[in-house]
Ligand binder design. Structure first.
Ligand SMILES: O=P(O)(O)OC[C@H]1O[C@H](O[C@H]2O[C@H](CO)[C@@H](O)[C@H](O)[C@H]2O)[C@H](O)[C@@H](O)[C@@H]1O
Length: 407
């Protein structure tokens, strides 16, 4: 009897201990979860996570959780500018995407690429699949649309002079511009982008934002010597903002020197982007990469006020001023009169490293949708993704329709 009583009381104690243990574990788990939520300083996360739970039909739980973990991981930041290290690193990469990314285009294993792209998609959900959720958050806000050109509105093609925009894309951008203030921010010269796009409804920023044609509002916070107002053929006023004006003579000299020094290397193409220079190596033989890079760097050595950044199979020479696509986005928001308004929701779609500066601005503002165009996984500050310009087209059509019906 005594031994039965002892073993029963021992069993009772064990049960109680097990229950206490389970409760302690549960409390510990809840504590960890809550601390991660409150420790996150990212307002986008709070906004999307809170609201997306009630809004989206298309956005499934995978998306909610991916946003959660995504924001968690944003503590690690993407390098500010992807300065050129070595173009020879890009040789295995079809489009010249980040060669340091082991999951990038360099992979020879199609299944691996597929798997890693799918897991990357969990972190950067498709803006098409997430559309309903994104728009229910956007409702009541003033949407402003920013678009990159190459690789976003037009596909990446072999000849930079033939990167035409399709007619459906042009119609979609026109529709977007009718619904929302819209700007195109490109690494190209402003004139060249206009030549491709041919829409008067949009604002243009060329040379990575160093040449802006914006709304007629002169900003006191910017140096007057960089802002000039002018009238178009219809008598409408606009402002030209060019913060790198004093670099123009040096750029002209550098262009000549670059052409002279590289003309023996087959396949090099040098593009005058007005306030920047692009040295394209898409058609250069791999064995000439190092020579080309050395030649470009030897010219640059005599122009210490410039630096190199990298795009898709292109070296970009830019004046070393504190100005990039992110600054251009902020400048345009300000001239449009939306910078300080709490219900402004900017959307930025871009595919290149230079677009990361604009993504970063949206992230630090805590509002807006940075969307990367990429069909391979890569490090990015963007929250959402679209695979290629054809998905950009679908997104813009949907956004314009949404704007027309419920905005
Ligand atoms: O800011 P973006 O509008 O994306 O401009 C970045 C560069 O785009 C262009 O080059 C890229 O697209 C070409 C056409 O598809 C392609 O041939 C080239 O390899 C890509 O790098 C443009 O020609 C450059 O000047 C821009 O800097």
């Amino acid at each position: 009897m005594v031994s039965i009583a002892i073993s029963e009381s021992r069993r009772g104690m064990e049960d109680r201990n097990r229950r206490i243990c389970v409760r302690l574990c549960l409390l510990l788990l809840i504590g960890c979860f809550a601390s991660q939520i409150f420790a996150s300083s990212d307002p986008i996360f709070h906004e999307s996570f809170d609201e997306s739970c009630s809004v989206s039909e298309e956005e499934d739980y995978k998306d909610y959780f991916s946003k959660f973990f995504h924001t968690w991981r944003f503590q690690r930041s993407v390098a500010n500018t992807h300065d050129i290290e070595s173009i020879s690193k890009a040789r295995h990469d079809k489009n010249g995407a980040d060669p340091s990314n082991p999951c990038g285009n360099g992979s020879n294993e199609p299944n691996d690429t597929h798997t890693s792209y799918n897991s990357w998609l969990n972190e950067h959900p498709s803006a098409l699949r997430s559309f309903e959720g994104m728009m229910s958050i956007a409702k009541g806000n003033r949407i402003v649309v920013f678009l990159d050109y190459d690789g976003t509105l037009s596909p990446i093609v072999d000849d930079p002079d033939r990167a035409f925009m399709s007619d459906p894309m042009r119609s979609a951008v026109r529709e977007i511009a009718r619904q929302f203030p819209t700007a195109i921010i490109s690494g190209r010269s402003r004139d060249k982008v206009y030549e491709f796009v041919k829409l008067d409804e949009v604002f243009y920023a060329g040379s990575h934002g160093m040449d802006i044609r914006g709304p007629p509002r002169q900003l006191r916070s910017y140096d007057d010597k960089y802002q000039t107002s002018a009238l178009d053929e219809k008598g409408n006023e606009f402002i030209i903002f060019q913060p790198a004006q004093e670099f123009l003579p040096a750029i002209k000299d550098m262009l000549k020197e670059l052409e002279n020094k590289t003309n023996k290397i087959q396949g090099v193409m040098i593009e005058d982007n007005r306030f920047c220079i692009s040295v394209h190596y898409r058609h250069v033989q791999e064995e000439d990469y190092v020579t080309l890079q050395e030649k470009v760097q030897s010219v640059l050595a005599t122009y210490p006020q410039f630096h190199l950044t990298r795009g898709k199979k292109v070296m970009e020479i830019r004046p070393s001023i504190e100005w990039n696509k992110g600054h251009a986005l902020e400048y345009l928001l300000e001239t449009l009169g939306f910078a300080s308004s709490s219900n402004t929701l900017p959307i930025y779609i871009g595919d290149d490293w230079t677009d990361e500066d604009a993504f970063r601005v949206l992230r630090s503002r805590g509002v807006g949708y940075p969307i990367i165009v990429s069909s391979t996984p890569r490090d990015t500050m963007a929250l959402y993704s679209l695979r290629d310009p054809s998905e950009v087209l679908s997104f813009l059509i949907r956004l314009a329709r949404w704007g027309g019906s419920s905005y």
